[in-house]
Design a protein around this ligand. Structure first.
Ligand code: TYM
Length: 332
């Protein structure tokens, strides 16, 4: 049986943070053994918010360093840059004919961006989910390991795939958002306000390149309160998030001890945060050091990027052949 195809992507903006790692990359690393995996650094998507493009090269290299240091293996997965695969742009063009203005304007990520950057509501931003659909469908992927915030985009991808199949021929299988756990992950910022993200307050985001002191400082500043006063009190979401982070990096018995203290209303959040900071440091330090080494090894990076490009284009070209045939775009 051929292995199922997996695709996911990440924007080369800012450093990789815990939300990216635990929402997506950790699953990617695990999936590479069981699936036919494609992982894409989506530089075209990042252009929608008009970054300084002089920084792109460095950002892309750094992200490759961080992904490889996190455990992605270029021998097992295809890891590539979006703009190296022009076939994606062609599929994006075809899918744009099947995407309606109304549904694009209703997308939550579009509405967020309009609120954040009212002076830059460009067509690329509006059709961002169509480009994402092209990323996924160009390899006819069926599993898309992403965090909770990307669920709507994967749903739109299914709608577009279904429309294509109905209008032309059944080229695409339906892709679904995937997580090994029960549900998709959402890591909150340490200030308890909204998801941890590259563009929010850097003090409430833990990056995989933060040094030990900075990690301690950020975690000790995380929002807490005076603690539960009655047994069975539900945890406020910023406290739940500290427990979530602890479950991700601390030993089972350590988490269980703090859980019982919470239940007994005797928890001291200061102690919990100290423990979390030390466990976080033990988790992050090896990744940070490895990422720095890889990022400086330009010959290796070039090899990985070139190999990824070649393999991604082979798969993409096969899909485009089917797409063009289904659409009747063959004249000789
Ligand atoms: P991006 O670059 O914002 O994030 C990359 C991945 O990290 C996840 N993530 C989170 N998960 C949990 N908690 C958080 N706080 C958190 N913050 C980020 C995201 O869900 C994502 O999985 N549009 C995508 C990039 C993309 C893509 C694709 C993804 C382009 N094409 C095709 C999948 C398939 C984005 O902006 O991700």
């Amino acid at each position: 049986m051929p292995k199922e195809v997996v695709l996911s992507g990440i924007r080369p903006t800012g450093f990789l943070h815990l939300g990216n790692y635990f929402g997506a990359v950790k699953n990617w690393v695990r999936m590479q053994h069981d699936y036919n995996c494609y992982f894409c650094v989506v530089d075209w998507h990042s252009l929608t918010t008009h970054p300084d493009t002089k920084e792109l090269r460095n950002n892309v290299h750094r992200l490759f360093g961080e992904l490889l240091a996190s455990g992605l293996d270029p021998e097992q997965s295809v890891i590539y840059v979006q703009s190296d695969v022009p076939e994606i742009a062609e599929l994006y063009l075809y899918l744009n004919m099947l995407a309606y203005q109304g549904e694009l304007e209703k997308t939550s990520t579009f509405k967020d961006k309009v609120r954040q950057h009212p002076q830059n509501v460009n067509a690329g931003l509006l059709t961002y989910p169509v480009l994402q659909a092209a990323d996924i469908l160009i390899h006819r992927a069926v599993k898309v390991p992403v965090g909770k915030d990307q669920e709507q985009h994967v749903e739109m991808t299914r709608n577009l795939a279904e429309r294509f199949n109905r209008r032309y021929e059944a080229v695409f299988s339906m892709p679904f958002a995937f997580n090994y756990g029960e549900s998709l992950t959402k890591i909150l910022g340490l200030d308890g306000k909204g998801k941890m993200s590259k563009s929010e307050n850097p003090m409430s985001t833990i990056y995989l390149n933060d040094d030990d002191d900075l990690i301690r400082k950020k975690i000790m500043k995380a929002k807490t309160d005076s603690g539960p006063t009655e047994k069975g009190m539900p945890k406020p979401d910023y406290i739940e998030n500290l427990f979530t982070l602890m479950q991700l990096v601390s030993r089972y018995d350590v988490v269980a001890a703090f859980e019982s203290e919470y239940e007994a209303c005797s928890i001291r959040y200061g102690d919990m945060k100290k423990q979390l900071a030390e466990d976080m440091i033990s988790f992050i330090t090896p990744i940070r050091e490895k990422a720095e080494a890889i990022q400086n090894d330009k010959a290796y990076l070039t090899k990985v990027i070139k190999t990824g490009e070649q393999k991604a284009r082979e798969s993409a070209a096969e899909t485009l052949k089917l797409v063009r045939k289904a659409m009747g775009l063959n004249y000789v």
